[in-house]
Every structure is written in structure tokens, then in C-alpha cells.
Design a protein around this ligand. Structure first.
Ligand SMILES: *Cc1c(COP(=O)(O)O)cnc(C)c1O
Length: 381
């Protein structure tokens, strides 16, 4: 059996273990500590734009924290991109609020500014001004930030960027995660860099980022005993995980380069298939970190599940594009505004193995098997 080719596996740079060892040597085997402080500084320096960062234990808790800081509560409506992972939506439900799902547009596969604005107008007509907008930069591809920021300003609705998949991506040369009132990043094991599990909340509002530190470490008031006037959360990052993160920050730019190279390699060698469409950058304003290389198979004869199963038999992990949230049984009762775009992308979309640790031999194997599979599927018709 050929060795398994993973969709996106952790890729250590080498120095992570030194930071972790230092935590052990100094007995900082605890939540918080010097690695966490340094990791936050390094993220702030990398993102620029005078942003502040609080490191947390997951991207999901970062999303939850951003909703808490915006005061989202029971009965509020939150506009949310439907084509995403469930973790984008769950924190809306944690707060007792209602998600309003918005469809994507084909240029970036992300939230459609036109449908978003139509939905806002309709919600206002129904008597509810939505309290927040959550957009997602899918697979690292920047959403249409100029238009989205304009809408956020026009209706005075705060915007949260779910940049869980998009650390290192840029729009008009500005790093994603630094546009919205809040940005969130994930360091889960499969993301472009990992802390084995972790996340961060980003904002220009230093006071709110300080407040995120307070609320996410159990809301302990300064007093000689444990004194609480607010509900807190145990959401901070551990000093061990932050050690891994510090090592990963040293190779982040290289990881972006390696993932972008994967995309170009696939694109060049699968070029012969007119029925394979890539998630292209619409123009030079958009720079994707290419966390995952995603394709759409625009051929009624080729079911992407058949292709996925064929690759699986060859021990190659491919994955369906996210199933839209408005199609999920658990969210089916919530409003949806759309024109079928995300359903079409889900219907035809597949993510190819995209790890920064894949070599040419492995990429060639994936390409060879895709070519074989498509030929076999077409012959069988
Ligand atoms: C990974 C991911 C998250 C959640 O991040 P965790 O760190 O796994 O909690 C949220 N949104 C999107 C789009 C993601 O891909």
C-alpha cells in the first residue's frame, strides 16, 4: 500500500521543541506564561496595522469571545456566511442569538456583498437591525473586503472576520484578520500553522483585547481573594502550546510559499481538464495563503464523491468543500438569503491534499490518480 497522503497535516519547523523544552526547564507548564506573551507579540508584529492579540485555546473560543465583546445576546440576529465550517456558527447559538445565513458569490466563494445588503434591508423591514456580520475567508481566499467594510460602516453593524484558515493571506496588501472590528485565527492541527490546538482574537481596539484576556481567564477581579463581578471563561492558551506557536511563527512565510506552490503545481498539471475549475484569485488585490487547494468539477458525468472515493482507495485524502450551514439539519430552521451559489460550490467542490510538507513525488501521485480516475469514470459512462 502506498503511504497515505493527508489533506493537511502538521508541519513542524524544528525549533518548536526548543520553546517547549524551555517551558519544561523553567516549569512554566501552565496556562499562560512567557511563551504566550511572546507568541502574542510575534503575532502582533506579523499582522501589523497596530493590532492587538489575545491567544486563546481555539479559533472557536476566539469567535465566541468576539461575540461576547460585541454584547451579542439572546434574541439578537447575526449575519453569517453559510459556506463555512460549523465552528463559525456555533458561538452565535452559544449566545442564544439567531444566525441569518448569507450565500456566497462565485468570484471568491465567500459571502456575497449584494445578498448581504439585501438581507440587511429585509431584516430592518422586519424590525430587526442585525447586531454583527461574520464573514469567512474560505481556504485562505480573501472575501470582497472593500464592499463588505462599506456595508458594515453604512449600516453600523460590526464585522467579524473568521480568518481561521487565512493567516498569511492579504487583501490590497493588508493582512486578513486586521480589517474587521475583530479578526479570529485558528491554530488547529490542520491549519497553515498549528499550536496543536489554539486560536487568537485580533483587534485594533486595545481595550477590548485586554478585556478578552480578562474574560477568557475566568474574569478574576484584582483582589486578594477570588472576587467576581462577571461571568468568565477558561479560554486562554497554555504556555506549552504557545511554545509550539513561537516555532511555527518562524516558518509561517515559508508555509505560505509552500502552499501557494502546491496550488500552482496542481493548476499547471491539471490544466488539460477543461472541466476542472480552480478557486482563482479574482485580481491582484487578492492574495490567498492557499491553505487548501479547492477545485470544482464542472462535468455532469463526474461525481466528485466518486473521485473522492477513488482517491481514498489509493490512500489519498481529499475532502468535500464545506456543506453550507443552511443545509445542516441542526441549523435548518434559521433564515437564509441566497441564489444557489454555495449549493453549487458544495455540489461540485473538492479539496485536494494541500500540506506544506508534500513533495513533488506526492503531488505527482495525486495528479496521476486524479487523471486516471476521471478517465475511468468517463469510460464507465
Ligand atoms: C478551523 C476553523 C474554525 C475553528 O477553529 P478551531 O481552532 O478548530 O476551533 C472556525 N472557522 C473556520 C472557517 C475554520 O476552518
Amino acid at each position: 500500500m502506498n503511504k497515505r497522503i493527508w489533506l493537511s497535516s502538521p508541519h513542524m519547523g524544528g525549533t518548536e521543541i526548543l520553546y517547549v523544552k524551555n517551558a519544561f526547564d523553567t516549569n512554566w507548564v501552565a496556562p499562560l506564561g512567557p511563551n504566550v506573551d511572546q507568541f502574542e507579540l510575534e503575532l502582533e508584529n506579523y499582522l501589523g496595522e497596530k493590532c492587538k492579540v489575545t491567544a486563546l485555546n481555539s479559533g472557536t473560543s476566539a469567535l465566541h469571545m468576539s461575540l461576547i465583546l460585541l454584547g451579542i445576546k439572546k434574541g439578537d440576529e447575526v449575519l453569517c456566511q453559510t459556506l463555512t465550517f460549523a465552528a463559525t456558527v456555533n458561538p452565535i447559538i452559544y449566545q442564544g442569538a439567531t444566525p441569518i445565513f448569507i450565500d456566497s458569490e462565485m468570484d471568491t466563494w465567500n459571502i456575497s456583498p449584494d445578498i448581504l445588503e439585501k438581507a440587511i434591508k429585509d431584516r430592518i423591514k422586519k424590525g430587526n437591525l442585525p447586531k454583527a456580520i461574520i464573514i469567512v475567508h474560505l481556504y485562505g481566499m480573501p472575501a470582497q473586503m472593500d464592499k463588505l467594510m462599506q456595508i458594515s460602516k453604512k449600516y453600523k453593524i460590526p464585522l467579524i472576520e473568521d480568518a481561521a484558515e487565512a493567516l498569511g493571506s492579504k487583501y490590497k496588501n493588508k493582512k486578513l484578520g486586521t480589517f474587521g472590528d475583530f479578526g479570529i485565527i485558528s491554530f488547529n492541527g490542520n491549519k497553515i500553522i498549528t499550536t496543536s490546538g489554539g486560536g487568537a482574537i485580533v483587534s485594533n481596539n486595545a481595550a477590548l483585547i485586554t478585556r478578552a484576556k480578562f474574560l477568557s481567564s475566568q474574569a478574576k477581579e484584582p483582589a486578594p481573594y477570588f472576587h467576581h463581578t462577571e461571568i468568565g471563561y477558561n479560554y486562554r492558551m497554555s504556555n506549552i502550546c504557545a511554545g509550539i506557536g513561537r516555532g511555527q511563527m518562524e516558518v509561517l512565510s515559508l508555509r505560505v510559499f509552500q502552499r501557494r506552490r502546491n496550488f500552482l503545481y496542481y493548476k499547471r498539471l491539471l490544466n488539460g481538464f477543461v472541466n476542472i475549475e480552480f478557486q482563482d484569485e479574482p485580481d491582484i488585490d487578492y492574495m490567498s495563503n492557499r491553505w487548501l487547494t479547492a477545485i470544482m468539477i464542472n462535468d455532469d458525468h463526474i461525481k466528485k464523491e466518486d473521485l473522492r472515493l477513488y482517491l481514498e482507495k489509493q490512500n489519498i485524502e481529499a475532502r468535500h468543500v464545506w456543506k453550507p450551514m443552511h443545509l445542516q439539519p441542526v441549523f435548518a430552521s434559521h433564515p437564509f438569503y441566497g441564489d444557489g451559489t454555495s449549493e453549487n460550490i458544495f455540489d461540485k467542490g473538492l479539496c485536494l491534499p494541500s500540506g506544506s510538507n508534500l513533495n513533488n513525488l506526492q503531488l505527482n501521485r495525486v495528479i496521476k490518480e486524479i487523471t486516471k480516475a476521471i478517465e475511468l469514470i468517463l469510460i464507465a459512462q
